[in-house]
Design a protein around this ligand. Structure first.
Ligand code: MV4
Length: 451
């Protein structure tokens, strides 16, 4: 087992990782930018190293600075969390060369799944269902139009270097093709420095259902059941839950087997997530594989009662996992509390938190790095807390979430708490009748008087 882990991240996930390390008797090193000097991850780690100014590129994204911190502190492993360097294959490779364990899959696995065309080809070879589309990259407009006619409109253009919704364009009819193609190519080149584009049939109003998988260094890959992440806005997830209200025993078996095939086909090591699109007929298609721990991992932890960070560290250290898949024993919902104004197009609302009262009580979990007096810096993402509730049934879980949201008090900044309160009352949300288009038509209504 590792003796000292450096956490190359900030915020709630850095704190989350430190907690598990403490329980495992592993020493921790925090790194921080000058904007995060007062953060709890700095206070709770055994050691802390300042790695630069607020700008992410000069701190949390700076490989030389992170490596210097490893050198100074003599850490024997790095936990990248999510975002920042978590899916940077060059960083994982450098860690390998340097002899410090990157807690995650190999650089080769990250690279394979990071290039979406390669990922899709790998899945086809493994027998995992994918959306019908182009055979690899599309050469030019003429080839694209020809292919799109065969697939049938609408189609979606995707950057091979993209992911998570970046670098995507929907084309509804042939006369829009060239325009969307040009925009997609330019965006891909500017954002990723790689303008390779592929094409798929556009699946209308899909659900986003993802499977948590874990693989060890001895060739075993299992699944830990699914999460439904269909409630999103501009590719930012707002609410996640497990199990999916759309799931059946038969579908879970089928999708779970596909997710395992996806992982096993690349000999996957670590925790990972296999994302699927699911249409209203319950047909499912591989979309992407994320090679990191995800923001929403706690809903899975709550329904299967295991610490995923602990499992992640154990497999990174070479331990074996069991061979049995996990099925949900409870229902869990996570609401992402962001420093944003839900009445104003979710505009960021950084600043000083003048008072903070977390929700508490039976079945309530709050993962957060903030406290009264903390200032939310404007430089990073706006999530300030994750409110996770669990109960025996989805209905009970929603009621518990409503109770918890009502006692969650944050003053000084705007938060998405009122959005979640409105969502929990929505008849379509309550009945499980939603897909990824839900937020296009959701109306939060007017602010409550006196709030
Ligand atoms: C799609 C799609 C429909 N058809 N692919 C969005 C994120 C990225 N992982 C892929 N995404 C989509 N790919 C085909 N062939 C619709 C989406 C999509 C979406 C997917 C999941 C959750 C929210 C979404 C919102 C808009 C589009």
């Amino acid at each position: 087992m590792f003796s000292k882990i450096l956490i190359a991240n900030r915020g709630e996930i850095a704190l989350r990782i430190i907690r598990t390390c403490k329980e495992m008797g592993i020493k921790t090193v925090a790194v921080y930018s000058t904007a995060d000097k007062e953060s709890l991850h700095v206070r709770f780690a055994d050691e802390a190293v300042c790695i630069g100014p607020p700008s992410s590129t000069e701190s949390y994204l700076s490989i030389p600075k992170i490596m210097a911190a490893v050198e100074i502190t003599n850490a024997d492993a790095i936990h990248p969390g999510y975002g920042f360097l978590a899916e940077n294959a060059d960083f994982a490779e450098l860690c390998e060369e340097y002899g410090v364990k990157f807690i995650g899959p190999s650089a080769e696995m990250i690279r394979k799944m990071g290039d979406k065309v390669t990922a899709k080809e790998t899945m086809i070879a493994a027998g995992v269902p994918v959306v019908p589309g182009s055979d690899g990259l599309v050469k030019d407009v003429a080839a694209g139009k020809k292919g799109a006619k065969e697939i049938g409109y609408p189609i979606i253009l995707k950057a091979t270097a993209g992911g998570g919704g970046k670098g995507m364009r929907i084309v509804w009819e042939e006369e829009d093709f060239e325009n969307q193609w040009n925009m997609c190519k330019n965006e891909a080149k500017a954002s990723f420095g790689n303008d390779g584009i592929y094409m798929e049939k556009f699946v209308v109003e899909p659900r986003h259902i993802e499977f948590q998988v874990i693989g060890d260094q001895h060739g075993t890959v299992i699944h830990l059941s699914e999460r439904d992440c269909s409630i999103q806005r501009r590719h930012q997830k707002l609410v996640e839950e497990a199990p999916s209200p759309f799931m059946t025993k038969a579908l879970r078996k089928e999708m779970g087997e596909a997710a395992i095939k996806a992982g096993a086909s690349i000999n996957y090591e670590g925790v990972g997530t296999v994302e699927f699109l699911v249409d209203k007929y319950k047909k499912f298609y591989f979309m992407e594989m994320n090679t990191r721990i995800q923001v929403e991992h706690p809903v899975t932890e709550e329904v299967i009662d295991h610490d995923l960070i602990k499992e992640q560290i154990k497999v990174a250290a070479g331990e074996k996992i069991g061979t049995k898949n996990y099925i949900p024993q409870m229902h869990a919902i996570e609401c992402r509390i962001n420093a944003e104004d839900p009445y104003n197009d979710f505009r960021p609302s950084p600043g000083n938190i003048t008072s903070f009262h977390s929700a508490k009580g039976h079945g309530v979990r709050v993962d957060t790095h903030v406290y009264a007096g903390y200032s939310v810096p404007p430089y990073y993402d706006s999530m300030i807390a994750k409110l996770i509730c669990k109960a025996q049934t989805r209905e009970e879980c929603i009621k518990k979430m409503q109770r918890a949201l009502d006692e969650f008090i944050v003053e000084g900044i705007k938060t998405t708490v009122p959005f979640h309160q409105a969502l929990m009352k929505d008849p379509d949300f309550r009945s499980g009748n939603f897909n990824t288009g839900f937020m296009d038509s959701f109306d939060i209504g007017e602010p409550k008087k006196g709030k």
